[in-house]
Design a binder for this molecule. Structure first.
Ligand code: SAM
Length: 244
């Protein structure tokens, strides 16, 4: 078994009881690989998509119409179709947040912690070029990567900003129909795919993330219009960062 931190293992036992062992054993399985067809360039049901389905051994992700598992030996990330923005490589589990956010064409939407752009490109696909998407990223280098992905995917109704959430709030109080906060987190969901995430994890880091998330979540909430929708997601299992 991968060397998981002892405090993580004992917390998982508290959280899952009898199911903890089965859960922990999954860390020794291969990570699932996924991609999402870019609906702005091709539709998941047209002939070009059928060709991709054959080429990359795609099988559908049940909770995302444009999402597919791929056969890792086909390496779709290296293909010119990737550079052309026909699809975006994204973990199947990560596809769920935007499905729940349920963006609609014509809305004003904020993706507050957006780089590298997996969820931004998914939101844009659902907006079908109508309305306005603000894709924000606090770190300048990551904001550039986000811009690159927005361009690669052919998104024309998005503005990439590089601001702290508090700065955005001062410009956009109660402004958005929908806000996604895909928060910076302790990354427990990354342990299988990126084992270095294990070395960066500690109980102190979980608490540090939880404090930061509570602050950003307040700021995010104040940017939602009355009656609007706020979706909050992380890629971690820590209750302090999620339910709390
Ligand atoms: N939503 C992205 C996607 O689907 O590709 C992934 C976002 S990642 C989980 C969280 C992002 O939050 C990172 O890009 C990180 O730079 C950013 N971040 C870090 N500290 C932040 C802060 N204090 N306020 C807002 N965003 C922050």
């Amino acid at each position: 078994m991968k060397q998981l931190p002892a405090p993580f293992i004992s917390r998982i036992h508290e959280q899952l009881g009898d199911e903890a062992e089965a859960f922990l054993n999954t860390y020794d399985e291969e990570p699932e690989r996924g991609l999402r067809i870019n609906d702005l360039k091709i539709s998941p049901t047209d002939e070009q998509s059928s060709a991709l389905i054959r080429q990359f051994g795609l099988t559908p992700v049940p909770w995302c119409k444009s999402g597919f598992y791929y056969d890792p030996s086909t390496r779709p990330g290296k293909h010119p179709f990737h550079a052309a923005g026909l699809y975006y490589i994204q973990e199947p589990s990560a596809m769920s947040a935007v499905e729940l956010l349920d963006p609609q064409p014509g809305e004003l939407i904020l993706d507050l912690a957006a780089a590298p752009g997996g969820k931004t490109t998914q939101i844009a696909g659902k907006m079908k070029g109508e309305g306005l998407l603000i894709a924000n990223e606090i770190h300048p280098g990551r904001a550039k990567i986000l811009s690159g992905n927005v361009e690669r995917c052919g998104i024309t109704n998005a503005i990439v900003t590089n601001a702290a959430p508090g700065e955005l709030l001062s410009r956009f109080p109660a402004a958005f129909d929908r806000v996604l906060l895909d928060a910076p987190c302790s990354g427990e969901g990354m342990f299988r795919k990126e084992p270095e995430a294990i070395n960066e994890w500690s109980p102190e880091q979980v608490l540090h993330c939880a404090v930061r998330q509570a602050e950003i979540l307040q700021q995010a909430a104040h940017m939602v219009k009355p009656g609007g929708i706020l979706a909050y997601s992380t890629c971690t299992f820590a209750p302090a960062e999620n339910e709390a």
